[in-house]
Design a binder for this molecule. Structure first.
Ligand code: ADP
Ligand code: MG
Length: 410
């Protein structure tokens, strides 16, 4: 897949609200005209869904815990036209010249591969949730995106949710947003084969400007909470280390397995059934490594609750310490950081961020820093200089704002 460089925003990417509007409309126009080039007719509509950044609550989602992500001002767009037969055709700006075809009536996760497993997996997953695929008309889809790929900003949820939103509309399906989040997750778990939780799709479906999505991954209750970054003159800076991560393999699956083993040894169905009060018993029952994995999850759940409460009671300038503590826990207890992430966190803090942590699944991807607007340039250049000094690949640094969830654009 050659998407990484194409999809990573240049440091000059628009981020203010005026620039964002213009940029969003450029992306839409590109998708509309590329659709017409690929399929030789015009699309009937255009839908979009955002990537997300996780403010706090890492690896808690698949432990039935709490997460607090927000949808960001980088989006995936889907142009669509219904067909008269049962064929689904998908094309993406990320895979020039390639059009992948499938029939609505014989989609199987095992037959889906590469990038097209995301959109076709969503079609299959809608069927699993009750969409009568055999009675529906096929579609032509063209996908484009400015969500950075593999940076921990969930370009995968953005593509899933944009496709799910588009198909739900044209097929007149009666699925609410939380169900569509589950559809995206099922596609990612079974068609793509990445054992991810429900967080990313929930943020992408439920986001609102200047709000975070506080999600209980057990009940799936979601509450949209005001961030107040704007009024407090704060920006969230994403520092993409360019170290690539992979959810489908390796460390992510190993951490999930540790959490399951920890829950089993503690005799609960999931770590959500435990809280920080259970730590002394966990330390007695578990081996050292499993204990530290479990401690991360239990303390991180508490930090999510504390972040939501702190935002409400004291506003966003008061959440810095919780972000810092989250990073330390991921670095030392969960052991999913890498030197690039640690450096971005340390240097951004020293240069004026009020809190900083790695975000996403770990082993690469991005760190985030909550930064007073006046210190943005200083923080970004300090981190860039430190990476050069350490002979690391130059990071890509850009602010994100909290944006709205999946929607029809035109
Ligand atoms: P991320 O952290 O960005 O979600 P993932 O590895 O989970 O990283 O998902 C990235 C993958 O999703 C890409 O490699 C590609 O297969 C697919 N993808 C995302 N956006 C698009 C797109 N616009 N067009 C085609 N494939 C995409
Ligand atoms: Mg992903």
């Amino acid at each position: 897949m050659t998407a990484d460089s194409a999809a990573t925003p240049a440091s000059s990417s628009p981020s203010g609200s005026a620039g964002e509007g213009a940029h969003r409309s450029d992306l839409q126009h590109a998708a509309l005209s590329r659709f017409a080039e690929v399929y030789a007719h015009d699309p009937q509509g255009l839908w979009s869904a955002p990537g997300r950044v996780n403010l706090i609550g890492e690896h808690t989602d698949y432990n039935d815990g709490f997460v607090f992500p927000f949808a960001i001002n980088y989006r995936t767009v889907v142009a669509l036209r219904s067909r008269d037969d049962q064929l689904v055709r998908v094309a993406s700006a990320f895979a020039p010249g390639e059009v992948v075809e499938a029939s609505l009536t014989d989609l199987e996760p095992a037959n889906l591969h590469g990038w097209s497993a995301y959109p076709l997996g969503v079609v299959w997953a809608l069927g699993q949730f009750g969409a009568p695929l055999g009675e529906l008309r096929g579609v032509d889809l063209f996908i484009d995106s400015d969500v950075p790929v593999g940076a921990g900003l969930s370009s995968s949820a953005a593509i899933e949710c944009a496709v799910a939103a588009a198909l739900t509309d044209v097929w007149h399906l009666d699925f609410d947003r939380q169900t569509l989040a589950k559809v995206g997750q099922l596609a990612e778990n079974k068609a793509v084969g990445a054992p991810t939780g429900i967080m990313d799709q929930s943020a992408s479906m439920l986001g609102r400007p200047d709000h975070g999505v506080f999600l209980d991954c057990r009940s799936l209750d979601a509450e949209v909470i005001e961030l107040g970054f704007d009024a407090a003159d704060l920006e969230l800076l994403v520092m993409d280390t360019r170290v690539s991560h992979s959810h489908a393999t390796g460390g992510y699956a190993a951490r999930r397995a540790s959490c399951e083993a920890g829950a089993k040894a503690m005799d609960v169905s999931s770590l959500r059934d435990l809280s920080v009060h259970d730590l002394p018993r966990a330390e007695e029952v578990l081996d050292d490594e499993t204990f530290r994995r479990v401690r991360h999850i239990l303390t991180e759940n508490q930090r999510v609750l504390d972040t939501v409460r702190t935002l409400r009671e004291h506003g966003p300038t008061a959440i810095g310490e919780l972000l810092d503590a989250s990073h330390v826990s991921m670095r030392d207890d969960f052991e999913i950081s890498v030197p690039e992430l640690d450096l971005a966190v340390e240097v951004s803090r020293r240069a004026g961020a009020i809190g900083s942590r790695m975000t996403g699944g770990g082993f690469g991807g991005a760190a985030i820093a909550l930064v007073p607007r006046a210190r943005l340039a200083e923080v970004a250049s300090a981190v860039t200089a430190a990476f050069a000094e350490a002979s690391f690949t130059a990071p890509v640094i850009f602010p994100v704002t909290a944006a709205g969830g999946a929607t029809r654009e035109r």
